[in-house]
Design a protein around this ligand. Structure first.
Ligand SMILES: O=C([O-])CC(=O)C(=O)O
Ligand SMILES: [Mg+2]
Length: 277
């Protein structure tokens, strides 16, 4: 038994990704794509994923420590189950074989595995009381290791301290003063369920005020490129409307006539989108 699958198991699990990978086998979407995704909306991601046949990648109904700030990074998944003594003993033994020696602090096993650009994504079956996966100490460790944050489908504690962490964004269900208890870590970087979404290790987490999208890595670049085009068209539209070059009837349509498309292409080529931003 293993707590974390081997790199080869993770490669097999995510075989749809053909690009670069982390040492643990997870898909490693590039830094440039992550930066581009940090400015997009849940709707832009949804549009591409729905069209690609992935309509169930969004989970809503969160609280966030940084409203208005997006969370973007590569998922490190973790799953907790209700405590069961014999299973916990097996987990502690397997964990020690994989280098995790503090069997009483299984939540820290996950935190200590994190790398820059990772987002810790934890399924703790919605448990709030005694389901507080992190507080401000583990939150500080997550932020300093990842520069990103975490998605906890359960509780957090030390909320004022967690909110004060500048370099991390935390999505959670509710805060509670109790410490984590009565659970066992059943897996790290295994497939997990968050809301109605199946999340795989290396998925790109996009947390916005709307909710959290888990983007299969093979769609990350397409979403970044599509979103940039949508954003640019929006800037162009507002500019030509403000300058009264076209009427709203001409601009506010699903497909622009050829002349407006050509104008947009010229405008893009002149670098006007970058100037307007
Ligand atoms: O230590 C823990 O397990 C949770 C906690 O309170 C913290 O991270 O500050
Ligand atoms: Mg604490």
């Amino acid at each position: 038994m293993r707590i974390q699958p081997t790199a080869q198991d993770i490669i097999d699990l995510t075989a749809a990704w053909t690009g670069e990978r982390s040492a643990d086998g997870r898909p490693r979407v590039s830094e440039d794509v992550l930066i581009a995704l940090s400015a997009i909306t849940a709707e832009q991601a949804w549009h591409v994923l729905d069209a690609a046949g992935y309509p169930h990648q969004f989970a809503g109904g969160w609280r966030t420590t940084k409203p208005g700030v997006n969370l973007v990074g590569r998922a490190v998944t973790a799953q907790f189950l209700p405590h069961r003594a014999d299973f916990d003993a097996a987990v502690v033994t397997a964990g020690a074989r994989e280098g995790h020696h503090d069997g009483e602090r299984q939540n820290s096993w996950v935190v200590e595995s994190l790398e820059p650009g990772d987002v810790m994504v934890t399924d703790i079956f919605g448990k709030i009381t005694e389901g507080t996966v992190i507080g401000d100490n583990l939150g500080t460790a997550i932020a300093s290791r990842t520069g990103a944050g975490a998605v906890i489908d359960g509780g957090v504690r030390d909320l004022p301290g967690l909110t004060a962490i500048d370099n991390g964004v935390f999505f959670y269900r509710a805060a509670d003063p109790t410490p984590i208890r009565g659970v066992v870590l059943s897996g790290m970087n295994t497939p997990i369920r968050i809301g109605g979404v199946t999340v795989l290790p290396g998925d790109i987490v996009l947390g916005t005020d709307t909710g959290v999208t888990f983007i299969p890595p093979q769609y990350a670049e397409e979403i970044a490129v599509t979103a940039l085009d949508i954003t640019n068209r929006d800037i162009f539209s507002k500019q030509v409307l403000a300058e009264r070059v076209y009427t709203t009837a001409e601009i506010d349509v699903l497909v622009w006539p050829e002349a407006i498309e050509e104008h947009y292409a010229r405008w893009l080529a002149e670098g006007s989108a970058d100037n307007a931003r």
